[in-house]
Ligand binder design. Structure first.
Ligand code: DX5
Ligand code: ZN
Length: 218
């Protein structure tokens, strides 16, 4: 079987927030496939990060694909703002809204890719029915909220099951993993069926960002 192409999305959560434009440019030079931007509301997760204006600033300084990860309640209400400021894909949490289908549909209506994220403890049984309506499944490999946490290996089984379900449904949906990803855990996720890797802490501790990104692709 042909080896799948692995995409690497550095998480800007681990970057210097005083220099977001420069950081975005640096990621472009280092060969990132896009930038993962974590949006937290202090309610869905116990942390606060960035909003649409920060996304606009990043958008101005790079042509890279902007991958927005919403960890907020009522994601539907914020889709338009993030689209306006330059998002290319908007991923929101299954656990954050009763309007999963409507929100996925609205993101598509805005002409953007739509992703659906699942916390580690959310059962796999919730996943299959949404595969046909989204471009990406984000299977969290830590509890969302903070960078620098340890990878949760129990999620590997969920990745395998999701990959099988995607294949059975003949869907083009891809699997993204986020949390505690380094070359070792990334490889385990890729073997289980993930093709889109998000990494913050590991990448930002590398002397050479370009080599760090390349090390996740093998
Ligand atoms: C956690 C965020 C992640 C985080 C990953 O809630 O969604 O994107 O930045 O960071 P690391 O790679 O440090 O676990
Ligand atoms: Zn994230």
């Amino acid at each position: 079987m042909q080896k799948p192409k692995i995409q690497v999305f550095p998480s800007i959560l681990s970057a210097d927030f005083g220099r977001l434009s420069e950081e975005a440019h640096r990621l472009e030079l280092a060969g990132a496939d896009g930038i993962h931007i974590d949006i937290m509301d202090g309610h869905f997760v116990p942390n606060l990060t960035l909003g649409p204006k920060a996304v606009a600033a990043i958008r101005k300084s790079t042509h890279l694909f902007l991958d927005i990860h919403l960890m907020i309640y009522n994601p539907f209400d914020y889709v338009e703002a993030f689209v306006r400021e330059g998002a290319d894909r908007i991923t929101f949490h299954f656990e954050a809204t009763e309007d999963v289908e409507d929100t996925l549909e609205f993101i598509h209506k805005c002409g953007k890719q739509a992703g659906l994220a699942f916390r580690p403890e959310t059962s796999f049984s919730m996943v299959p029915k949404f595969i046909s309506s989204c471009d990406l499944l984000l299977l969290m490999t830590v509890n969302p909220g903070f960078g620098g946490q340890a990878f949760m290996p129990d999620v590997l089984e969920k990745i395998r099951l999701a990959q099988e379900a995607i294949r059975r449904q003949k869907s083009g949906c891809v699997i993204q993993v986020d949390g505690g990803i380094n070359p070792d855990t990334g490889k385990q996720c890729v073997e289980a069926g993930a093709t889109v890797l998000v990494s913050g802490n590991y990448l930002y501790h590398q002397k050479d960002l370009k080599q760090g990104i390349a090390s996740l692709r093998v």
